[in-house]
Design a binder for this molecule. Structure first.
Ligand SMILES: Cc1cc2nc3c(=O)[nH]c(=O)nc-3n(C[C@H](O)[C@H](O)[C@H](O)COP(=O)(O)O)c2cc1C
Length: 184
């Protein structure tokens, strides 16, 4: 197995940072907002759980994103977790466009944040705070309402869309069960 080591001394190639970060697989979300009747949304894999009590989630948006002013103005956003059969939805919301919602049968969620059809889960949030983080702005949201369905998630790993295969090993399953029981 070939290993690459890079010292981050300011002269490194940012592609190498992306390559290393891409070793960490994530789900794929589309995060939406609906400030003043104008819908905005972007594909984001920076979404993460933050706190169970209170229920908080976080994600980050690049400062130069066209949709950033709408997210800052709105005070609400919705996380739409994409299902395994939605790579086109991911592509649509990762591509700049005047109206990314054309032809989509969306539902208006809390605060006017659009909920996408076919999503595996949605988290409707009020913005709790924003934090500056380098070339990104971090959004912390309080979850006000959520929905979830059965199905498989879309995965992003190594710069590619993938699907997840659950491990069938009984010991692996038992170990995870024990961890969750431990967390209450
Ligand atoms: C899988 C994937 C994950 C992404 N994750 C993020 C992210 O977490 N934050 C972000 O700012 N952009 C992310 N992007 C890029 C944005 O989706 C893209 O720049 C989009 O055009 C921004 O929309 P806007 O210009 O309408 O604001 C991601 C793109 C892809 C394909």
């Amino acid at each position: 197995m070939a290993t690459t080591e890079v010292l981050l001394d300011g002269t490194h190639d940012s592609r190498q940072l992306r390559n290393a970060l891409g070793r960490f697989p994530t789900g794929v979300t589309v995060i939406t907002t609906g400030a003043h009747g104008k819908r905005e949304g972007l594909t984001a894999n920076s979404f993460s759980a933050l706190s169970l009590d209170p229920p908080l989630v976080l994600w980050s948006i690049v400062r130069k994103a066209a949709s950033l002013p709408a997210f800052l103005a709105s005070g609400h956003f919705a996380i739409n977790v994409l299902a395994a059969n939605q790579p086109e939805m991911s592509h649509r919301f990762a591509t700049p466009a005047a109206d990314k919602f054309g032809g989509l049968d969306v539902e208006d969620g809390l605060g006017g944040s659009p909920l996408l059809p076919g999503a595996l889960a949605s988290f409707e949030c009020a913005t709790e705070r924003t934090i500056e983080g380098g070339d990104h702005i971090l959004f912390v949201g309080r979850v006000l309402r959520m929905r979830y369905s059965d199905g498989d998630p879309l995965i992003f790993s190594g710069g590619r869309y993938c699907t997840a295969l659950p491990m069938r090993s009984p010991t692996a399953t038992q170990d995870i069960d024990a961890v969750w029981v431990g967390l209450g």
